[in-house]
Ligand binder design. Structure first.
Ligand SMILES: [Mg+2]
Length: 232
């Protein structure tokens, strides 16, 4: 006979919260799932290494340090059409399922469910027709707790967050962080080169905005730091 651990609550109970609990929004790519490593891998496979299906566009192999803007077309020789080809592969091969979760994301998010009403909001549907299918499958595979009613595939994050009553948002894109902050939502911005490179004008605005706080990937990782920021 299986003896159930009485300390482990069923999911339904875990997701039931009083109405006054704080609502937080969490972005997916760059925050929960590591999309950038996959983008780099595909960009190199398709446009740097010998590949009969695509024209070589890159003179050198792209590295994480080359990605100094959120949009690859602004910081690499790739154009919109090349990027669309990459997104097509991610869609057709369901390659989003292969993304690695960020370190400790699963552990911390599942713990945060006890304290907050968590909403996931992602722009994925803008890029992939099978965004929902791939995303839910990925969350299930990686055992990250979510509630489908609190999951939105929407790129108007500030507008939606205000409507939902979200007061804090975890994000990695500078433009989105700024629009959330301008709508009076506190932002925890995961610090990456693409949102913190001095060549970008928006970085100055982000850095001086009182509602945006940077979260770093040291000494351990982003998610243990987020946990401290949110509940300790
Ligand atoms: Mg993101």
């Amino acid at each position: 006979m299986t003896v159930l651990n009485p300390l482990v609550k069923p999911l339904e109970e875990l997701l039931e919260k009083p109405d006054n609990i704080k609502k937080i929004g969490i972005d997916v790519d760059g925050v929960v799932a590591n999309l950038n490593d996959k983008l780099l891998e595909l960009a190199n496979e398709m446009y740097f290494f010998q590949n009969s299906d695509y024209t070589k566009k890159l003179k050198k192999e792209l590295k994480a340090s080359d990605i100094i803007t959120f949009d690859y077309t602004e910081c690499t020789p790739l154009n919109n059409e090349d990027m669309r080809e990459i997104f097509k592969v991610l869609e057709a091969e369901k390659a989003l399922l292969e993304l690695k979760p960020l370190q400790d994301a699963q552990k911390v998010i599942n713990h945060l469910h006890k304290f907050f009403d968590i909403y996931f909001i992602t722009s994925r549907a803008k890029y992939y027709t099978n965004a929902e299918e791939q995303t839910f499958e990925w969350f299930d595979k990686n055992k990250i707790i979510y509630n489908k009613n609190n999951f939105f595939f929407d790129n108007k994050k500030a507008e939606l967050s205000k409507k939902l009553g979200i007061s804090k948002f975890i994000e990695d894109r500078a433009e989105t962080a700024l629009s959330l902050a301008e709508n009076d939502i506190d932002v925890l911005l995961l610090d990456y080169q693409w949102n913190n490179h001095e060549d970008q004008k928006i970085v100055k605005e982000v850095n001086k905005h009182p509602k945006i706080k940077r979260i770093y990937n040291t000494p351990i990782a982003y998610w243990p730091n987020l946990e401290k920021e949110l509940i300790i």
